[in-house]
Ligand binder design. Structure first.
Ligand code: PLP
Length: 228
């Protein structure tokens, strides 16, 4: 077995165990393979195992990979900081943007999007007010969601978060899940697919699953330590 296959099997075990512990169906948890810094070869090994959802943070690096892997039917998720002059490239190369946190970027993505299927977006929230990362607070999330409902080329699918290292992951993920639920209720009549809660990484995916994550984003525990 390749290293990645071993890692993948261990991950599936962890997901299963977490689901059993929190009474959830493993089919409701999507694994996003975070492939930043990893080569096309390594990604191809993951594709061979059946993985189809990949997350990338750095646009230039990502575009090389999406183009080299065009023969596969993959879903690419942008999970890095969004620069406003890169919006066109992002909508061209990705089917999901998980790090939306500014109205201006939403407007641009909507205007520049030119594919037949709308772009799936997640609002990045930063409820622990960590200055080192992007994301909006509760009020900002509601405002952004309201704006998204008027943008026909974007589909708001849910929330994404990265917790500060100092935040208790159980409590931190619970509050994001709670906000996801509240926004879903508040905008119920206008939302078509408010079904995604992207949270949990290698170190804390169990806590995220317990809190209700539907998508966990795993890099290190799938591909090994990152090349710098
Ligand atoms: C790098 C990264 C991950 C993966 O983190 P690991 O700890 O390596 O699993 C998940 N989400 C985001 C936004 C990232 O930048």
């Amino acid at each position: 077995m390749s290293n990645i296959e071993d890692n993948y099997n261990r991950l599936l075990d962890r997901i299963l165990t977490a689901c059993v512990a929190s009474n959830r169906d493993p089919r409701d948890i999507e694994l996003l393979a975070v492939s930043k810094t990893k080569s096309v070869d390594v990604i191809t090994q993951a594709i061979t195992l059946g993985l189809v959802q990949f997350g990338e943070n750095y646009l230039q690096e990502a575009v090389e990979k999406t183009q080299q892997l065009q023969q596969y039917d993959l879903h690419w998720h942008f999970i890095g900081r969004i620069q406003s002059n890169k919006c066109k490239l992002i909508t061209d190369e990705f089917s999901w943007v998980q790090t939306l946190d500014r109205p201006k970027i939403a407007t641009r993505l909507n205007r520049l999007h030119s594919k037949p299927d709308p772009l799936n977006v997640l609002i990045q929230v930063n409820l622990d007010a960590d200055a080192n990362k992007g994301g909006v607070d509760r009020v900002g999330a509601a405002e952004l969601l309201e704006q998204l409902l008027s943008l026909p080329n974007l589909v708001p699918r849910g929330l994404m978060t990265i917790l500060a290292k100092s935040t208790d992951s159980r409590a931190g993920y619970d509050s994001v899940a709670q906000l996801h639920l509240e926004l879903g209720r508040q905008f119920a009549s206008d939302l078509s697919q408010w079904d995604t809660l992207s949270m949990g990484m290698s170190a804390d995916l169990e806590d995220a699953i317990n809190a209700g994550a539907t998508m966990i984003r795993v890099g290190t525990d799938l591909f090994g330590a990152r090349n710098s």
